[in-house]
Design a protein around this ligand. Structure first.
Ligand code: FE2
Ligand code: FE2
Length: 134
């Protein structure tokens, strides 16, 4: 069973964003599976990096997109991205020091819960703003 399941309530109808969100789900689920298989720190470490690389890429692209559309709540939104990135980075650093599987599990749980709420509340807010402008 995957950690997070995509459903239509998460659709923004903005191709760039939906594509990136689906990729994030994919990568979060790969991490979840790697942790589930357990004991292989290398595979889990790679899955962590694979996820984190795309998290940063998505946040960057999304912030650029919101800026281009003059979204008025950009700074509050960016702060949410920075906040979760810092929390994830701290956990990844802890994992690199000790390789404990429960830390990787914590990353998986934290991110999976966060991303679903973040899309539903914060991403959908700029999405509504942009669709209204059209
Ligand atoms: Fe966002
Ligand atoms: Fe997003």
């Amino acid at each position: 069973m995957p950690a997070i399941v995509w459903d239509d309530s998460l659709r923004t109808d903005i191709e760039l964003i939906d594509g990136q969100h689906r990729e994030l789900f994919e990568r979060a689920n790969r991490l979840f599976e790697a942790v589930g298989r357990g004991k292989n720190d290398k595979a889990v470490g790679e899955a962590l990096q694979f996820l984190m690389g795309y998290v940063k890429r998505h946040f960057h692209a999304e912030e650029k997109f919101m800026r281009a559309h003059a979204y008025p709540k950009l700074s509050a939104h960016s702060w949410q991205h920075t906040d979760i990135t810092q929390s994830l980075n701290d956990l990844v650093a802890q994992f690199k020091r000790g390789g404990d599987m429960w830390i990787a599990m914590k990353v998986s749980r934290l991110f999976s819960g966060w991303i679903v709420n973040h899309i539903r509340q914060s991403d959908m807010d700029y999405v509504r703003f942009i669709h209204r402008k059209k």
